[in-house]
Design a binder for this molecule. Structure first.
Ligand code: KG4
Ligand code: ZN
Length: 335
């Protein structure tokens, strides 16, 4: 059978990425140009700056991806691109590049849901046994997705307010850390203890739902009230603050994941998205997920990258889904 080569684009937020995947599982290249240094000083991603960087980086990334994979455009099977969710202007850069590349090289186009990408990164790591459940936690999303069979996604729960990554980044700002702060808080947390016992939202409900805005407020209120008493807890007790915040996030994520797999029994549990890089979360799931196969992607596949988009695109390709040259961005795309 002829080999399948998918060239994929990811530009939904602040990484410009182009990857080439062979036969659905073999990642030949996964070029990622991060813009994070340009956004740091603004404390978050600035959409206009993101789009401009994507424009500057996209052709460089295409060339690097083809070169590293030692593949020419004529050998490719299809072109895939993130259609959403994400920033409109940022998505459009990848979509325009993908459409142009597909048109110029007479290749079919495959639109991909960014969250399906985070989920299908697992395909690049191990065989997913279905049905599967995925805990997807990133800067913009926190959701549990049931995958009855390949390519069939059903969201069974999500956050009511902030995403887990968003909570990390907002709390990080109060802690005086630079954006994004998830990784640093994770590192600090390992040196501290849960001494503050922040609230764990929705733990008593039987609903597969998250809420992180109450935790964020509790954290900010505690820092302010301690400051008023003359205690600079951020300066003097940063590690315990980080450990207490992280313990509250992980308790909720783990409890709701367990509830989801109780309600929807599965053979595999997958984690994905930037927050799935969290070592505390990985350790807890490794300890507590006994009956299911657990797929934890390596760090390079947790954050945004085109390799995961190619993996999800392969599944779409097999299903026969194709996009046209009229393809547009869908910034609020959901499962
Ligand atoms: O998936 P991602 O790269 O981009 C989005 O699609 O949002 O996720 C980025 C998020 C940020 O909020 C960042 O703070 C968080 O992932 N993050 C972490 C860790 N590494 C990155 N959060 C907790 N612990 C980490 N180790
Ligand atoms: Zn993402």
């Amino acid at each position: 059978m002829k080999d399948n080569y998918i060239l994929a684009f990811e530009t939904s937020c602040d990484e410009t990425s182009v990857a080439i995947l062979k036969n659905g599982t073999e990642l030949l290249s996964n070029i990622i140009a991060s813009q994070i240094n340009s956004h740091k000083r603004f404390g978050g991603v600035v959409p206009e700056i993101a789009s401009r960087h994507h424009v500057e980086q996209i052709t460089v990334c295409i060339e690097a991806a083809l070169e590293e994979a030692k593949i020419s455009a004529s050998e490719l099977t299809a072109v895939a691109v993130t259609q959403g969710p994400g920033l409109n202007g940022a998505l459009l850069v990848g979509i325009m590049a993908a459409k142009t590349f597909a048109w110029a090289n007479h290749l079919p186009l495959i639109p991909v849901n960014h969250m399906a990408g985070h989920l299908m990164a697992a395909r690049l790591v191990d065989e997913i046994e279905y049905p599967a459940m995925a805990l997807l936690v990133s800067g913009g999303h926190s959701e549990l997705v049931y995958v009855e069979r390949e390519g069939n996604y059903k969201k069974v729960g999500e956050t009511r307010d902030d995403a887990a990554g968003e909570a990390y980044d907002k709390v990080g700002r109060v802690m005086g850390l630079t954006y994004p702060s998830g990784k640093v808080i994770d590192e600090l947390a390992h040196k501290g203890q849960d001494t503050y016992h922040f609230p764990r939202a929705m733990m008593t409900t039987n609903e597969v739902e998250f809420s992180f805005s109450g935790l964020k407020s509790a954290f900010i209120n505690l820092v302010h009230s301690e400051n008023q008493k003359g205690n600079d807890v951020v300066k003097d007790d940063l590690e315990n603050l980080a450990a207490s915040f992280q313990a509250a996030v992980i308790d909720v994520l783990v409890a709701k994941t367990k509830l989801a797999i109780e309600k929807y029994p599965v053979k595999t549990l997958i984690i994905g998205g930037g927050v799935s890089a969290n070592q505390g979360l990985r350790d807890r799931l490794n300890d507590e997920i006994i009956e299911q196969k657990l797929i934890v992607p390596p760090l390079r596949l947790c954050g945004d990258n085109a390799g995961m988009i190619a993996a999800a695109a392969y599944v779409e390709w097999e299903k026969g889904s194709r996009g046209s040259l009229a393809l547009n961005a869908k910034p609020s795309l959901v499962f």
